[in-house]
Write a protein that binds this ligand. Structure first.
Ligand SMILES: CC(C)(COP(=O)(O)OP(=O)(O)OC[C@H]1O[C@@H](n2cnc3c(N)ncnc32)[C@H](O)[C@@H]1OP(=O)(O)O)[C@@H](O)C(=O)NCCC(=O)NCCS
Length: 269
């Protein structure tokens, strides 16, 4: 297992994976800037065998797995060779045989399905919610927000943001909150790239749900992103309440799925 430092070596490894088979597969969608950020922090490791390369990204107490593979047997072999540990992979695709085969390769290598996310999209729409009067988070809020999200998110499923991601969101005024007496009661974080907005996190403290805090955050988010042609988000597939609320705000279900597969050696013992 090599620590990831050398871009040329990485490109050479990936370029050695033949792309001729219709079983060629990857779940690595990060761009070079994102990879560089992870690499600089020393979070990436690489494992390569004939026909498949795995990129492992350290996150708290587990690794996210990204693959580039000639075909599914090569992928399965590479996954089976991983040392004992905790791993999670996001497998994005449509609900078709190809995607099921990919999930099966992970299952055969000891990964279990944890849950699935579904993509929802909202097209630009006439906007009529009253202002939410939420606060834009400052650097002083980052520690509390990190603890709030850590408490509410499933780390295997929801790509919990690191403090530096929160700092960037604060700098870009993309982190909104409603403050309570002892920390945030609601947080919403988003990305805005050109005409595309991405709702990353929208969470209200369980004790304060159903009282209008989520609406205030959503109102200010939609107002700030009113120029975006599309707003996308990923929601846990069986979270019926949130799906209903998103529909209420004009989001529609898309056909893309993200199956989260987890291999947890601690549970297997
Ligand atoms: C989703 C969540 C952020 C909403 O926050 P909230 O404070 O509970 O929501 P609110 O009370 O402000 O209600 C928001 C809106 O949804 C509507 N709503 C509530 N329940 C609904 C339901 N079952 N169906 C449709 N609409 C519903 C409310 O009427 C309100 O609409 P309005 O703006 O027209 O008044 C919050 O419940 C939460 O943190 N849930 C768990 C985490 C989560 O699922 N996050 C999002 C997906 S990852």
């Amino acid at each position: 297992m090599k620590f990831f430092r050398d871009w040329q070596a990485w490109h050479d490894l990936v370029n050695r994976v033949p792309r001729v088979s219709n079983q060629y597969s990857t779940n690595l969608y990060a761009d070079q800037a994102q990879l560089a950020r992870w690499g600089e922090k020393g979070r990436l490791r690489v494992e390569a065998i004939e026909g498949a390369v795995l990129l492992l990204r350290r996150d708290r107490d587990f690794d996210h797995v990204y693959h580039v593979a000639r075909d599914l047997p090569a992928l399965q072999q590479a996954l089976e060779a991983l040392p004992p540990g905790r791993y999670a992979a996001d497998l994005i695709g449509r609900d078709d045989a190809r995607h099921h085969d990919l999930c099966s390769a992970y299952r055969a290598a000891g990964f279990d399905p944890r849950t699935h996310l579904r993509r929802m999209i909202r097209k630009r729409a006439a906007f009529s919610l009253p202002q939410g009067n939420t606060a834009v988070a400052t650097m002083a809020d980052v520690k509390c927000i990190a603890a709030f999200l850590d408490r509410l998110l499933d780390r295997f499923v929801e790509q919990v943001p690191e403090p530096d991601e929160l700092h960037e969101a604060v700098s870009g005024e993309r982190l909104l909150l409603v403050r309570g007496s002892s920390g945030p009661t609601g947080v919403l974080m988003y990305d805005l790239t050109g005409q595309l907005a991405h709702l990353r996190f929208w969470h209200v403290d369980p004790q304060s749900r159903g009282a209008g805090i989520g609406r205030r955050l959503m109102a200010d988010f939609l107002s700030r992103c009113r120029a975006a042609a599309r707003t996308v988000l990923w929601v846990i597939g069986d979270n019926e309440r949130s799906i209903a609320i998103y529909r209420h705000y004009g989001f529609e279900m898309d056909s893309l799925l993200d199956h989260i597969m987890v291999r947890n050696e601690d549970q297997r013992r």
